[in-house]
Design a protein around this ligand. Structure first.
Ligand code: HEM
Length: 228
C-alpha cells in the first residue's frame, strides 16, 4: 500500500482527493436541497419533520452521514494544504506568477470561499443539527410514524423569522454558488475528463448546477421569512 500513500501525498493525488470528495459533497447538496424544500410546504413542518426523522434514523444514511463529515474535513484539510503549497510555489517562482495569474486568482478565491463555507457549516450545524443530535427539541406527531418525532422545523422557522439570519444564509449560499461555479468543472478536469467536445458541456452543466443550488437554497430562508 506504499504506492497509495505516496500517490495520496503527491500533488496530483491531493488534487484527485479534492475532486472526489468535492463531487461527493456536490451530490450531498442536491439531496440536502430536495429535503430542505419540504420546509416550504404549507403543512406546519409535517413533511420536513418526517423527512428529517427518516434521514437521521435510517442505518444506511447514518453511514453515509459519517462519510459526509469525514469528506468535509478531508476536503477542507487537503484544500488548505494545496493552497499553502501554491503560495509557497508562487513565492519561489516569480516568473510563473505572470504566466498563470488567472488560474491562481481562481484558486486563491476558491480557498477563501472554502474557508467561509467551512465556518458557515460549523455555525449551521451548531444551529440546527446539534440541537437535533442532543435531543433538546420538542416532539411533534407526524402521520408517517406511530410515535412522536423531534420538531426540527421549529428552530429553522424561528431562525428564518429573523432578517439577520436570512441575510447571513443568503450571503453564505451565494459564496457556496461561486465555489461550485469553479469547483464543478475543475473537478472533472483534474480527473482527466478534458476534451474539446465535452469540456464546454461539463462547464455548462456546472454553471446550471451552481446557479440551481444558489437559487434553490436561497429561496428557502427568503420564502420562510415572508410567509410568516
Ligand atoms: C436554506 C438553506 C439550508 C437549510 C434550511 C438547512 C437546514 C439543515 C438542517 C435542518 C440540518 C439538520 C438536519 C439534517 O441533517 O438534515 C442540516 C444539516 C446539514 N447541513 Fe444544511 N441547510 C441549508 C443549507 C446548507 C448548505 C448550503 C450546506 C453546505 C454548504 C449545508 C450543510 C449541511 C450539513 C453538512 C449538514 C449535516 C448533514 C448530516 O448530518 O447528514 N446546509 N441542514
Amino acid at each position: 500500500m506504499g504506492w497509495l500513500s505516496k500517490f495520496l501525498s503527491s500533488s496530483i493525488g491531493q488534487k484527485v482527493i479534492m475532486s472526489l470528495t468535492g463531487l461527493f459533497l456536490m451530490l450531498f447538496l442536491v439531496i440536502h436541497l430536495i429535503g430542505n424544500l419540504q420546509l416550504l410546504k404549507d403543512d406546519g413542518g409535517e413533511a420536513f419533520n418526517t423527512y428529517a426523522y427518516f434521514m437521521t434514523h435510517n442505518p444506511l444514511i447514518k453511514i453515509v452521514s459519517i462519510s459526509l463529515y469525514a469528506f468535509i474535513l478531508w476536503h477542507a484539510f487537503q484544500g488548505i494544504r494545496l493552497w499553502q503549497s501554491n503560495r509557497a510555489a508562487r513565492g519561489n517562482d516569480k516568473y510563473a506568477v505572470s504566466h498563470t495569474r488567472s488560474s491562481e486568482t481562481a484558486a486563491r478565491n476558491m480557498a477563501w470561499f472554502g474557508i467561509i463555507i467551512f465556518i458557515f457549516i460549523i455555525l449551521h450545524l451548531w444551529q440546527f443539527w446539534l440541537k437535533m443530535k442532543m435531543g433538546v427539541l420538542p416532539e411533534v406527531s407526524v402521520a408517517a410514524y406511530d410515535h412522536p418525532v423531534q420538531n426540527l422545523y421549529l428552530p429553522v422557522a424561528e431562525a428564518f423569522s429573523n432578517i439577520l439570519y436570512v441575510v447571513f444564509y443568503v450571503v453564505c449560499i451565494v459564496v457556496v454558488g461561486f465555489h461550485l461555479w469553479h469547483g464543478f468543472w475543475s473537478a472533472f478536469q483534474t480527473l482527466g475528463i478534458n476534451h474539446p467536445r465535452y469540456t464546454p458541456l461539463i462547464k455548462t452543466i456546472g454553471y446550471i448546477y451552481s446557479i440551481g443550488m444558489a437559487v434553490g437554497f436561497s429561496i428557502i430562508p427568503i420564502v420562510m421569512y415572508f410567509a410568516r
